[in-house]
Design a protein around this ligand. Structure first.
Ligand SMILES: Cc1cc2nc3c(=O)[nH]c(=O)nc-3n(C[C@H](O)[C@H](O)[C@H](O)COP(=O)(O)OP(=O)(O)OC[C@H]3O[C@@H](n4cnc5c(N)ncnc54)[C@H](O)[C@@H]3O)c2cc1C
Length: 384
């Protein structure tokens, strides 16, 4: 008899959501992380008045999954914002607009603060999920179980879920190699008040100096995400950032910076496989890509949704059985790989200074703008 049916390494958003979804199937689940959040804070309302600078655009299919699993319950509606249109602007003043109505849906995404989502998910981590504050050292796989050696002793499980982020130790321990690219770009995030109403629209500019996105927040607020090359990103402090934004791309008329500035190094990490033996990868442990379309967490939670569905259908007795793990690997491969190459190509085309690449970029823009079916296809792919 193993200690747990499923052990999840990493209590970030992907790992915590996976723990809740799998424990709801009646499995014995444990969540292990060296920096596990205290139990109590998830039940307290957000004390802040201002909006956090770390926000996610959650696509409708993923919001439905979170709602079904009751992971969206604790999020107050007045701290979220729907996105019904997305304007994509190029250097040459061409604009492509993707509207929810083009695909016959109500919204493209819902914006939610990272900490708010974390609290809502953690509030569902009740006594059915055992939380272990401990560090993983090594992993050994046997045909019927996995043994994990931690700083506090040994744990055995039928399935080990690696949700331990882009530098996943579990992935390394399983001998899964990755293809990696350091873009030497930094994701800058910050919130601003704006002059003109965003009218539920997001804006994105794809220029030779990186990509700037404006995500709408309630009232006259927006959250910006600027993927800028490292050297330039260093200079973007409280004084310089508003001026540089206003100079480059300012569709709504920014007024004041109303948050701190967050910085995230941008990398691509693509593992050679998403599962090995009785170990599966989810979230950033399974894929890390550029935040150009704001899909990293969405695709991480899509991993969780698929794993939950497969275990429910084929793995209630043994969630680490070959029939579950192989199906999971095959089911997630296409979306992960295609999204990695899509974001990479968009980045390379956007920042390329070669005239051929820029023409190709402009041609793609024009074609999608003119062909309704292509627009609908893109929207359906984006909303999940
Ligand atoms: C600028 C920017 C903007 C973004 N915007 C969006 C967006 O709009 N929409 C979207 O969907 N995504 C977005 N993303 C992507 C998103 O932030 C990530 O995909 C998501 O946060 C990853 O969550 P995770 O739980 O998989 O990993 P992490 O948040 O990295 O969590 C990993 C956890 O594992 C733990 N851990 C590490 N090592 C070990 C170990 N050895 N043992 C146990 N535990 C361990 C860590 O302590 C941590 O708690 C954006 C990313 C960036 C950089």
């Amino acid at each position: 008899m193993t200690d747990y049916d499923v052990l999840i390494a990493g209590a970030g958003l992907s790992g915590s959501a996976t723990a809740v979804a799998l424990s709801r199937l009646g499995l014995r689940v444990a969540l292990i992380d060296a920096n596990i959040q205290p139990d109590s804070d998830s039940h307290e309302p957000l004390a802040r008045k201002g909006f956090e600078n770390r926000v996610f655009a959650i696509r409708p299919a993923i919001k439905s999954f979170l709602t079904d699993e009751r992971l969206w319950n604790n999020i107050a509606a007045d701290r979220t914002q729907c996105v019904t249109r997305m304007h994509i602007d190029g250097d040459d003043r061409k604009r492509l607009t993707l509207g929810a109505h083009d695909a016959g849906i109500l919204e493209l995404a819902t914006i939610v603060e990272s900490d708010n989502l974390r609290r809502s998910i953690c509030a569902r981590l009740d006594d059915s999920v055992v939380r272990l504050q401990s560090e993983i050292h090594t992993i050994e796989q046997d045909p019927g179980f996995v043994t994990v050696v931690t700083s506090d002793g040994q744990i055995s499980c039928k399935l080990l879920v690696a949700a331990d982020g882009a530098n996943s130790l579990v992935r390394r321990q399983c001998g899964i190699s990755v293809s990696e690219r350091n873009y030497k770009y930094t994701g800058i995030v910050a919130n601003f008040t704006v002059e003109r109403s965003h009218r539920d629209a997001a804006y994105q500019w794809m220029g030779a100096e990186g990509v700037i996105a404006y995500l709408p927040l309630p009232g006259n607020l927006v959250s910006i995400v600027w993927s800028a090359c490292d050297e330039f990103a260093q200079q973007l402090d409280e004084d310089v950032l508003p001026k540089e934004l206003a100079k480059r791309y300012d569709p709504l008329g920014i007024v004041d910076l109303v948050s701190g500035i967050g910085r995230f190094p941008l990398r691509r990490v693509l593992p050679q496989t998403l599962a090995r033996g009785r170990v599966v990868l989810v979230g950033d442990a399974a894929h890390q890509f550029l935040p150009l379309a704001g899909q990293g967490l969405n695709i991480g939670l899509a991993d969780t949704a698929k794993l939950t569905e497969l275990i429910k259908e084929h793995g209630l007795e043994d969630p680490g059985a070959l029939s579950v793990v192989n199906r999971y690997r095959r089911a997630r491969k296409e979306e992960v790989e295609s999204f990695t190459y899509f974001t990479e190509s968009m980045h390379d085309l956007a920042v390329s200074r070669s005239s051929f690449c820029r023409s190709l970029h402009d041609f793609g823009f024009g074609a999608v703008g003119r062909v309704g079916a292509l627009r609908r296809f893109l929207i359906q792919k984006a909303v999940g």
